[in-house]
Design a protein around this ligand. Structure first.
Ligand code: ZN
Length: 185
């Protein structure tokens, strides 16, 4: 599956809820996970592959190709296991008052990184791959990742959470990159 990038308007649309997690949805979730691993990334939302459905997938465990992989591998000195999470209709039911600021990136905004402030922990209600209702308490990187992905199904990008000045600088940079791309192709 191809990951779409800014300024594709699909990324700015609010996605539709899933009625039922049937085989078609399961297949889509699996394909999203494969696309995310291949990118590689730690999270992917359906709008990023051009589908406005409330589906997200994540795996924040360190893997080769990810920035944090080498550091954490050295630290833990043990085999790192994959931890795929697939969610339909994810919804934040609680966010901590405590906030944290950290650098984020997005597969749909390649080459751009920036600091975003978000609640440091959160609870998420969702339907799992079997259509069962579940709740997850997320902390640290997973809390940041799940909030970033839920933003995607609401048509919000991480740069929308930055100050207007910073966002404008980034948008100008993207426009410039695109012009250069058009000129070379
Ligand atoms: Zn993203």
């Amino acid at each position: 599956m191809k990951i779409i990038t800014l300024p594709n308007p699909i990324l700015k649309k609010k996605s539709n809820p899933i009625d039922k997690v049937d085989n078609k949805i399961k297949k889509l979730m699996d394909e999203m996970l494969n696309t995310m691993y291949k990118a590689p990334g730690i999270g992917l939302a359906a709008p990023q592959i051009g589908i406005n459905k409330r589906l997200i997938v994540m795996d924040t465990s360190p893997r080769p190709g990810l920035k944090r992989y080498q550091e954490e591998k050295n630290e833990k000195k043990e085999e790192i296991k994959p931890n795929p999470i697939q969610m339909a209709n994810p919804e934040l039911t609680w966010v901590s008052e405590k906030k944290e600021t950290d650098e984020e990136g997005c597969l749909s905004i390649p080459g751009i990184m920036g600091d975003v402030t978000r609640p440091s922990s959160c609870k998420v209600k969702y339907l799992d791959r079997n259509g069962e209702s579940k709740e997850l308490l997320a902390k640290g990187l997973l809390a940041r990742c799940v909030q970033h992905e839920i933003d995607h199904v609401n048509g919000i990008l991480f740069i929308d959470r930055m100050s207007k000045t910073k966002k404008d600088i980034i948008l100008r940079k993207i426009k410039k990159q695109q012009k250069e791309k058009e000129q070379t192709t």
